[in-house]
Ligand binder design. Structure first.
Ligand SMILES: O=C(O)CCC(=O)C(=O)O
Length: 288
């Protein structure tokens, strides 16, 4: 039975800016930075008690595994709940419940003080700092980030396993046109439905609390929560104009088309995307 070919992501304790740019940013290679966030106030402050006592009454949107299914709830929340209750469930339950893309600077601006923007690269966003929470066993389905930013993903609580693929593997993952998604399950790869997957080369990293994963722009990522926990993704603007423009295109044209078509014909549109993704994968020659 073939399995995915995954190599471990490099792990570095410290990296200066020049080395980071030379070895990782410019060649678009992921890396785990084990100490980047060591001095952030968030490391000590963002405990379960802190969330519950300070923000426990906040209403937050929650999502489950149906997130990417076509239909009325395509990419929508399943519920809202009190943040204190949600954090308790993250700590105690094995379910598919998650909260994600929670833009902390606009929702809870005071928390910005607890994070220090890295100096490894220019162009970090102070407006968009997304928080991610997940119960044990929950999954963030494989996708890449639509705005084409580079992402620095730091965990505070809980261990997670992340599978990555470079952007040039998109067709081998049967990327659905008009989206940044694939319907591959990296934990149960179906090599018949994904006929060129055997030729894809990916990466794997296990992130412990306090560690940061650098995901270069447009890198595919799938996250499995080995333990319930929370994390933040800082975004760093792409230094290449063409890729920044691709990000705007994705947000302003591609994604709206996908949403409208999903509304008009959820099943038909999904089936068309599946067929097209398969055709594009099959058109790739097999590698020796
Ligand atoms: O950790 C997660 O659940 C997902 C992270 C993610 O998708 C991101 O940072 O872009």
């Amino acid at each position: 039975m073939p399995s995915l070919e995954l190599q471990p992501v490099d792990r570095m304790d410290s990296l200066d800016r020049d080395l980071f740019q030379e070895k990782y940013l410019r060649p678009r290679r992921p890396v785990v930075l084990t100490n980047l966030a060591a001095e952030w106030p968030a490391m000590e402050r963002w405990t379960p008690a802190f969330w519950k006592e300070t923000y426990g009454d906040l209403e937050v949107p929650v999502f489950n595994a149906s997130f990417a299914e076509p239909g009325a709830n395509y990419m929508g929340r399943v519920d809202t709940m009190r943040f204190g209750e949600f954090v308790e469930r993250v700590l105690t339950e094995d379910t598919d419940l998650r909260m994600f893309l929670y833009n902390m600077p606009s929702k809870i601006p005071a928390l910005k003080e607890d994070v220090t923007l890295p100096t490894l690269a220019d162009g970090f966003s102070k407006r968009f700092m997304f928080m991610f929470f997940g119960c044990k066993g929950s999954v963030t389905p494989i996708h890449y980030d639509i705005d084409m930013s580079h992402v620095f993903h730091t965990t505070f609580h809980g261990k997670k396993r992340i599978t990555l693929f470079a952007p040039d593997e998109s067709r081998r993952l049967n990327r659905h046109p008009f989206t940044v998604r694939s319907y591959l399950d990296p934990d149960k790869p179906d090599f018949e439905a994904f006929p060129r997957l055997e030729d894809a080369h990916g990466w794997e990293a296990v992130l412990e609390p306090g560690e940061t994963l650098f995901m270069p722009s447009a890198y595919w990522h799938y996250v499995y929560y080995e333990e319930g926990g929370w994390a933040i993704s800082l975004r760093c603007s792409n230094e290449r104009l063409v890729e920044r423009m691709k990000g705007w295109w994705n947000l302003l044209a591609m994604s709206p088309v996908d949403r409208v078509m999903n509304k008009l014909s959820p099943k038909g549109w999904f089936a068309w995307k599946e067929k097209r993704a398969l055709k594009r994968a099959l058109a790739l020659p097999r590698q020796a």
